[in-house]
Write a protein that binds this ligand. Structure first.
Ligand code: PFF
Length: 459
């Protein structure tokens, strides 16, 4: 059997899982979703979802992975419920779709590193032209996919674990530094109030659906990434504290990314917050102007370091996205690891081409689909985001907890969680998890799934 690799230590798993969770989802997607969702009310719903709904799903995924030491499809087979492995297959499909566009955005971020290095702060005003330049940004996307594939082909543990121990904290310190700076700028207070003072009248079904999708996307849930990573975790590790750490880190970083962005948006728009809802271009349009205001030397240093570190954060996420289908291909299709990696990476890159050209270059993919009743068309990349992260991930999460609660049985899940956590059985945490997976999550996630489909695709 092909070797699956493993983590060198408990901290290795936590770092890798946190590395999977923390990425463009926190720093690119979260701020623009908050902007589109109208601000603080979105943030509130997002936080509630992360802690009460997503946490039980995360624990279930890690436990299933550790119990079976398998990929998302193999995990269902190994537990003896082959019929249910369609949930894992849905996860693998989600992984393909998400990585296909994620890699394009990661390429943009990497390209911004080079732009900042050359002092081109004007790029913020020319973001549309930048994404249209498909040979350039396509080149960055190729570099990114090759780097991801290279790391995954070397197996899970290794250099990336070590590098993330230094680079992730550096990124966090840097964001905190920018937060402090942005709070000193004129109009910062209007940005803060947009971000932190909720106006609940802004909560529509669509906004709530986006908050749900964002929670799943950001925590890397609902597609078996954490089943796959959980398969590398030791029996003596306490997975409840691991899951809590991963959730807190991920949510914490998204939160401070928002604290960084909205005062800057407010500064650049003189307090009007116009353009906060501009979508996927938000950080790319706003941050260069902020770096420029630091002066030529600091601007170049801080600006380029920021986008380089962001690219690294994205890389630890693309690695986990690629690992899911690769683990499947290695375990279930008996492919050699290296071969599996390059084949899957190539296929995903090709699936990502419409996302690459659908940001201005190709008319067809830029105005790809007009949802029922909508006035404006939606581009291909946004459509795939709605489909995979807002729809498939919560659906996958819903099915995973239903499976764990009623098919595999909650007693078996408890048994698995209690390995490495002696006092788990009978604790309040166990009671909550059992309630969540049997009743709360299935009901809420099923409602969310239906309402998201109706509100997103049928205006
Ligand atoms: N959580 C990652 C981010 O926030 O950037 C994206 C992601 C990675 C989603 C892995 C899903 C996944 F399985």
């Amino acid at each position: 059997m092909a070797s699956r690799g493993g983590f060198s230590s408990k901290i290795g798993f936590i770092l890798a899982a946190a590395g999977s969770a923390v990425g463009l989802g926190n720093i690119w997607k979260f701020p623009f979703e908050v902007g589109e969702g109208g601000g603080a009310a979105f943030v509130f719903v997002y936080l509630v979802f992360c802690f009460i709904l997503c946490f039980p799903v995360m624990l279930t995924e890690i436990a299933m992975g550790r119990k079976t030491s398998k990929n998302p499809v193999g995990a269902f087979n190994a537990l003896g419920y082959k019929k249910w492995n369609f949930i894992g297959k849905l996860g693998i499909l989600s992984g393909f779709l998400i990585l296909s566009f994620y890699n394009v955005v990661a390429g943009w971020a990497f390209g911004y590193f080079i732009e900042m290095l050359s002092g081109n702060f004007e790029i913020g005003n020319q973001f549309g032209d930048y994404t249209k330049d498909v040979y350039k940004v396509g080149g960055y996307a190729v570099v990114f996919m090759i780097s991801t594939a290279f790391i995954v082909s070397k197996g899970i543990s290794g250099g990336i674990e070590k590098a993330s121990k230094i680079l992730m904290p550096t990124l966090i310190i840097m964001i905190i530094g920018i937060v402090i700076y942005s709070l000193t700028l004129p109009h910062a207070i209007d940005g803060l109030s947009f971000y932190l003072v909720p106006d609940f009248s802004k909560l529509t079904a669509k906004v709530i659906g986006s908050a749900m999708g964002q929670a799943f996307f950001s925590l890397s849930l609902g597609m078996g990434a954490l089943i796959t990573y959980g398969s590398y975790v030791g029996k003596k590790d306490n997975i409840v504290t691991s899951a809590a750490f991963i959730t807190l880190t991920d949510v914490g970083i998204a939160f401070i990314a928002g604290l960084m962005m909205f005062p800057l948006v407010s500064y650049l728009t003189e307090g009007t917050m116009e353009g906060a809802g501009q979508g996927a271009g938000l950080i790319f349009a706003v941050l260069p102007g902020a770096f420029e205001s630091l002066g030529p030397v600091f601007g170049v240093i801080i600006g380029s370091a920021f986008f380089l570190l962001l690219s690294f954060a994205a890389l630890t996420s693309t690695v986990s996205l690629l690992e899911v289908p690769v683990a499947y291909a290695v375990d279930e299709l008996n492919l050699r690891r290296t071969k599996a990696v390059w084949i899957v990476a190539a296929i995903i890159f090709i699936i990502g081409l419409p996302s690459l050209v659908g940001n201005g270059y190709s008319e067809f993919f830029t105005n790809f689909i007009t949802y029922f009743g909508a006035e404006q068309p939606t581009d291909f990349m946004t459509f795939i985001g709605h489909l995979a992260s807002d729809t498939f991930l919560p659906l996958g999460g819903c099915l995973i907890v239903i499976f764990a609660a009623y098919v595999w049985k909650k007693e078996n899940l408890s048994e698995e969680i209690s390995s490495g956590y002696e006092g788990y059985k009978g604790s309040i945490i166990e009671k909550y998890i059992n309630f969540a997976i049997t009743v709360f999550c299935p009901i809420v996630l099923a409602i969310m799934f239906i309402s998201t489909v109706l509100s997103k695709f049928f205006n």
